[in-house]
Each structure stands twice: as C-alpha cells, then as structure tokens.
Design a protein around this ligand. Structure first.
Ligand code: NAD
Length: 326
C-alpha cells in the first residue's frame, strides 16, 4: 500500500486532498495545528503539532512515504495578507515550515515532495491592467510580488528547487490561483472572494437586506478554480516526471462585480452592490494554462458557475446555522 504525508491536512485544500488519496487506496498521515473544521478527517493517522519545530517535523517523517505534500502555510485571503499587519508572521512561520520539512524529508531520503506555491509570486508590474494581466510561468522574474506572502512563496520555490539541484530530490511545484469550494474558510477575515461574496449574498437575503458590500471598485479581475480540479492537477503534477513550477488555475477571468452578479443569479435574488474601501491586491490576475497543457496534456475545464453553485449551497447552510435558522 502506498503511503502519503499531507502537511496542512487540517486546512481547506489539505483536507480535500486527504479524502482523494484515501479514495485511491493510500495510507495517509495528516499533520496540522488543528483538525479540519467542517468534517472528520479521513486520514489513517492525524498528528497535531507545529511544523515550525524541526524536531516535530523529523518525528512525523518517521517512515518512507511515497508522496509528501507540503501545503501548510500561514495564509489567508486579502483581509489577512494585504493589510501588512501580519507580514512578519506570514514570512517567519511559512519559511520555517518549508525549511524544516525539506530538511526532515532529505534526512529520511524521501524522494518526492510537492510544494504549493501561489499566483501571488507574479510581479505586480504585470498585473496593473485588469483586462490583460500576465501570469505565464516565465514572467516570475524580475521578481516583484505585491505581498510578503508572495515573497515567501518565491523564496520557498527556490529552496525546493535548490534541494532538487543539490540533493536530487524530486520536487513538484504548483502555483495555485484562488482555489474555492465547500469546506473552505467562509468567515473571519481569512476567507477568499468567492466564499466571502457567497456569505454576503446569503446573509443579505436571509436578513432581508437589499445590498452587499464589495471591496474596491469591483473592476479588479481574478480567476477562480474549483477545489476538485485543484486536487486533480496536483496529483497529475506529482505523478508526472516534471518539476514545474506550473500554474494550477482557471483561465475564466471575471471582475469581482461579475463574480458577485453570478452568485446573485445562483441565489435567485438581485441585490445592490455598494463599493467600499478594502484591501484588494493586484488589479488583475488570470491563470495562463499553456504550460500545463504542454507538459501534462491537461488543464482545468469546469465552468466557474458550476463550482459556485456547489459552493453557494454550502456557504448558505453555514450562514443559516450561524443565524440559528434551520
Ligand atoms: P489553509 O489555511 O486552509 O490550510 C493551511 C493549513 O496549514 C491550516 O490548516 C493551518 O492550520 C496549517 N498550518 C499553518 N501553520 C502551521 C504550522 N506551524 N504547523 C502545522 N500546520 C500549520 O489554506 P489552503 O487554502 O488549504 O492552502 C493550502 C496551501 O496552498 C497553502 O500553502 C497556500 O499558501 C497555498 N495556496 C492556496 C491558495 C488558495 O486559493 N486556497 C492559493 C494559492 C496558494
């Protein structure tokens, strides 16, 4: 039986990845500071602990895993990453996790390790035009990410690549672009735009309000990838013979106002959009899937609307529970 280690298994993507690996018959160990928030973990073994501690990292890599997935990071949505208030924690915590996990895997002679980087590594100067952002993999340098979160991801990409060059480790690096879906953070400041807007729409409807607030002018653009396709791309990359880095994202770019309108259509209610000041990140961002198609012969294809329908239903249930509505 193949064995996989998932770091960050209590988080959004990690908990979905554990489920998928279990369906494929793997023995899975999950590691995180916390258990998954919204459903029981399916991992065979789940270790609670802090990956900033090198001794803890060595203790969890105590057997020969066939696949190690390093997803743990101090992260969040725009409300956490772009205010600047959490920069020191974001850089310190995530860098330590990656330094420790790579060292622990190297000592244990683990061959294959996956690292989840981010579209946030791309330079700000290529993302000023909301209608024409550039995010091809080769445009990462000269580096100029717009957040310290992005700088840490870029540093860690280089760290993984260095272990590949110097020690022959088979690293696999993906740059995820805005992953969304059920069982993701939907409230509290770390949630991403799709979950936040689903919450705002559901809350307004349930409370009988006729508007929602959107950060910025609503003209900033993004693309959003449904969780199942993120996991599919991750496994395809992990099991390929290619290191990356590669974008794992959707090419269906929308403005934030369009995203809000799509959610209102799904909810069946038209609400006013009130634009308010708030952290926004870059003006435009979209995935560029030419390289993934060329190297893996695959790219995500699910329409945004389909993923939003599933996600809205789930967020709406959470809002109802929080408001005491059955
Ligand atoms: P998440 O916050 O839900 O999951 C990350 C998990 O890491 C959390 O459960 C957290 O408790 C855990 N963690 C943090 N510090 C830890 C520590 N010191 N020790 C042990 N565990 C620790 O985030 P996610 O959305 O599942 O993202 C997973 C990975 O993908 C992250 O590396 C993130 O940067 C990357 N990524 C995500 C997106 C996205 O849209 N979700 C986009 C780009 C990149």
């Amino acid at each position: 039986m193949k064995k996989a280690l998932v770091c960050g298994a209590g988080g959004f993507i990690g908990s979905h990845l554990v489920k998928r690996l279990k369906r494929e018959g793997y023995w899975v160990r999950g590691v995180d500071l916390k258990y998954p928030e919204f459903s029981e973990t399916e991992a065979d073994d789940f270790v609670i602990g802090d990956l900033r501690d090198p001794y803890f990292c060595r203790s969890i890599v105590d057997t020969k895993f066939d696949e190690v997935y390093q997803l743990a990071a101090d992260m969040g949505g725009a409300g956490y990453v772009f205010t600047g208030d959490n920069d020191a924690d974001i850089m310190h915590n995530s860098a330590l996790i990656n330094l420790n996990m790579l060292d622990a895997c190297y000592r244990r002679n683990i061959k294959r390790i996956f690292y989840s980087s981010s579209a946030c590594i791309y330079p700000k100067y290529n993302q000023e035009d909301p209608n024409n952002p550039k995010c091809s993999e080769d445009s990462a340098y000269p580096a100029a990410p717009d957040s310290e979160y992005g700088w840490e991801k870029l540093f860690s990409e280089r760290l993984y690549l260095a272990y590949h060059r110097n020690y022959g480790m088979e690293v696999r690096i993906a740059r995820y672009h805005n992953i969304f879906g059920p069982e993701g953070t939907w409230i509290g400041g770390r949630e991403k735009a799709p979950a936040a807007l689903c919450r705002k729409v559901a809350t307004a409807i349930l409370k009988g309000e006729d508007y929602i607030e959107v950060w910025g002018d609503g003209k900033q653009t993004r693309s959003f990838l449904y969780i199942d396709e993120c996991i599919e791309g991750t496994l395809r990359l992990m099991r390929s013979n290619w290191t990356g880095p590669v974008n794992i994202g959707s090419e269906e770019m929308v403005t934030i106002d369009q995203l809000a309108e799509m959610i209102m259509n799904i909810a069946g209610k038209k609400l006013k959009i009130v634009h308010v000041p708030g952290p926004q990140g870059v003006r435009g961002r979209n995935s560029d899937n030419r390289l993934i198609k060329e190297k893996l012969g695959w790219a995500p294809s699910m329409p945004l609307k389909e993923g939003l329908k599933i996600t809205y239903k789930w967020v709406e249930e959470q809002v109802k529970k929080s408001l005491g509505i059955r």
